[in-house]
Ligand binder design. Structure first.
Ligand code: NAP
Length: 284
């Protein structure tokens, strides 16, 4: 099988590519960037694209996806597109219109995964899945207690297939990962490269993940980069990962995650880096 397009099966039967492309860029980055970057990512081999209504780039990202479809590079079914419901649309009657707004911006018929931050919207979203507007339903930034609450919800029709959370060697989420695995929920890692360190949300005095000397030493050992070590770490522990970049060289580089393997002692060393550093205190 083509390693680049490795996917894992979700509990609802759909498949999610293990490596995804993050499209969130700070307000200073010009909007056209998301379109260009998404095109470069598809050309480099990314098949999962992660965005959200609140990222304000779904028009650009949708244009990039549709242009790659019309160029014959990919088919719609090759792309796994994730969007997210923003918090102002949690009332059940607002859920479908919010999803339809995203679809209109994207000019797509459905999204592959729609992520919610609060259980309130779930019933309405189940109806969107039945209507074919979304293939899979997931959650984001849920802790174990919140996951249990949703899983124990009376009348739950579709359990969330994934939980998208901040996850990297400084916050490895090992307990949450074990819990998710036990419930057949895929953990999707964001800020796997240590976040964009956006001044609005990230404490600038927090340590810079990719400058970590242990990551540096492992990068040297494997003749790769610290970023690749951080991404590979997630794949080998059964985490589905996201990597954001606006830079062509780095977008291409991140696909090399499929070209090497970490030894079990490397994985142990990386596990030892956990120090509960959370970059995002306000989640998007
Ligand atoms: P990230 O993936 O941790 O990336 C951080 C930075 O790493 C980027 O700014 C990028 O800069 C740099 N980078 C990328 N590849 C590199 C490489 N090979 N070598 C060195 N540096 C590299 O960023 P993130 O935005 O925090 O997370 C990724 C995605 O997760 C987001 O875009 C978004 O889709 C999602 N997300 C979701 C939530 C949520 O609440 N659900 C929250 C945050 C993020 P350059 O662009 O300059 O390459």
């Amino acid at each position: 099988m083509d390693l680049k397009h490795q996917r894992v099966k979700l509990s609802d039967g759909h498949f999610i590519p293990v490596l995804g492309f993050g499209t969130y860029a700070s307000a200073e980055a010009p909007m056209v960037k998301a379109e260009e970057a998404t095109k470069l990512a598809i050309d480099a081999g990314f098949r999962r694209i992660d965005s959200a209504y609140i990222y304000d780039n779904e028009e650009e990202v949708g244009r990039a996806i549709r242009s790659k479809i019309s160029d014959g590079i990919v088919k719609r079914e090759d792309i796994f597109y994730t969007s997210k419901l923003w918090v102002t649309f949690l009332r059940p009657e607002l859920v479908r219109p919010a999803l339809e707004k995203s679809l209109k911006k994207l000019q797509l018929d459905y999204v592959d995964l729609y992520i919610i931050h609060f259980p309130a919207a779930l019933k309405a979203l189940e109806k969107c899945k039945d209507a074919g507007l979304v293939k899979s339903i997931g959650v984001s930034n849920f802790n174990r207690r919140q996951l249990e609450m949703i899983l124990n919800k009376p009348g739950l029709k579709y359990k969330p297939v994934c939980n998208q959370v901040e996850c990297h060697p400084y916050l490895n989420q090992s307990k949450l990962l074990d819990f998710c695995k036990s419930k057949d929920i895929v953990l999707v890692a964001y800020s796997a490269l240590g976040s964009t360190r956006d001044k609005r949300w990230v404490d600038q005095s927090s340590p810079v993940l990719l400058d970590d000397p242990v990551l540096g030493a492992l990068a040297k050992k494997h003749k790769r980069t610290p970023a690749l070590i951080a991404l590979r770490y997630q794949l080998q522990r059964g985490v589905v990962v996201l990597a954001k970049s606006c830079n062509e060289k780095r977008i291409k580089e991140n696909m090399q995650v499929f070209e090497f393997q970490l030894a079990s002692e490397d994985m142990k060393v990386l596990d030892g880096l956990n120090r509960n550093v959370r970059y995002f205190t306000l989640a998007l």
